[in-house]
Design a protein around this ligand. Structure first.
Ligand SMILES: Nc1ncnc2c1ncn2[C@@H]1O[C@H](COP(=O)(O)OP(=O)(O)OP(=O)(O)O)[C@@H](O)[C@H]1O
Length: 295
């Protein structure tokens, strides 16, 4: 069969894109509880609803950001409350009732159960492993294969992802020859290679130089036009430049959501910080003086 131009264009559109969107938000967490390791309830009664856009996840060290992102990536199973991704219960009390699963405190999520969801998720962990002898292209191809990108779409998807992170000229370089910033960009490429509907980035700007950070923020803005992007960061200025809104987490709970302007507006000159956003951030945490002495 000869495919016409229009047919070829259609074949580049994923099933996920063609499927009608039957949910209002990509993420809905209600009273969500997630354990980090076997002990601590690092996310402890968190309510959060997020749709399309770039959402900055801010909070002090140990606030529970990584644990939350790992639960959203379906790596950790919630210990309580409820979590919905794309309108589907994926864990917590709702899932236990509907699927006959247990509370699963601190357990890893079953991989088979979440396979379909994971095809629609992109995830950049804070630290990620890779074969050092892989080239950038092989690394991203391998991740595309894990995410079950249709075989015929893989070469174009990999090329596009590598180009979007500015690594096209290093695509055939081995991972072990890359700088830390380039490895991070390869990590971002693998996270976007499946054109995810939900993109989870844990500290993506660590190791990027100022120019790369600027380009990364531009990429975030592009991605956020049709994707739910959650970016955990320590850099409050990343939030101002790229995020449509901010979720501030402390002690495993949500303490604030609003626009970057709302965050800036929460502070006053008395609060700790070099910029209005940093002062707003300090103001919303319990005790700014404690923050100052936290070192
Ligand atoms: N494997 C683990 N076992 C026990 N406790 C853990 C484990 N991982 C994290 N924690 C604890 O859970 C809490 C939340 O950690 P988490 O890494 O989610 O926070 P975070 O907001 O991402 O911190 P950071 O900004 O420093 O990366 C912290 O108190 C941390 O010490």
């Amino acid at each position: 069969m000869n495919l016409g131009k229009d047919d070829r264009m259609m074949s580049a559109v994923s099933a996920a894109e063609l499927a009608p969107k039957t949910y209002a938000w990509e993420i809905r967490a209600t009273g969500l509880k997630v354990r980090a390791g076997r002990g601590k309830m690092a996310v402890d009664g968190l309510d959060l609803t997020l749709g399309t856009g770039v959402h900055g996840l801010l909070g002090p060290n140990g606030a529970g950001k990584t644990t939350l992102i790992r639960a959203l990536a379906t790596v950790l199973r919630p210990a309580g409350g409820e979590l919905e991704l794309f309108g589907r219960h994926v864990g917590g009390a709702g899932a236990a009732g509907k699927r006959g699963g247990g509370s699963g405190a601190g357990h890893r999520s079953g991989s088979g159960r979440h396979r379909e969801l994971r095809r629609r998720i992109g995830y950049l962990p804070q630290e990620f492993g890779y074969y050092k002898r892989f080239t950038v292209r092989e690394f991203v191809e391998y991740m595309a294969w894990l995410k079950e990108v249709p075989k015929k779409d893989v070469p174009a998807a990999v090329q596009r992802a590598v180009e979007r992170v500015g690594l096209a000229d290093r695509a055939d370089a081995r991972m072990k020859t890359l700088s830390g910033g380039m490895v991070r960009r390869a990590g971002i490429a693998q996270a976007i290679v499946n054109d995810p509907s939900l993109l989870l980035l844990d500290e993506p700007t660590v190791g990027l130089d100022p120019g790369q950070r600027l380009r990364f923020r531009e990429l975030l803005v592009q991605l956020g036009a049709d994707t739910c992007v959650v970016v955990s960061t320590h850099l409050v200025e990343d939030v101002a430049a790229a995020c449509t809104d901010v979720a501030l987490v402390a002690d495993g709970r949500l303490v604030f959501t609003g626009t970057p302007d709302d965050l800036a507006g929460a502070g006053s000159p008395d609060h700790v910080g070099d910029t209005p956003l940093e002062r707003g951030y300090s103001a919303l945490l319990h005790d700014p003086a404690q923050e100052r002495s936290a070192w």
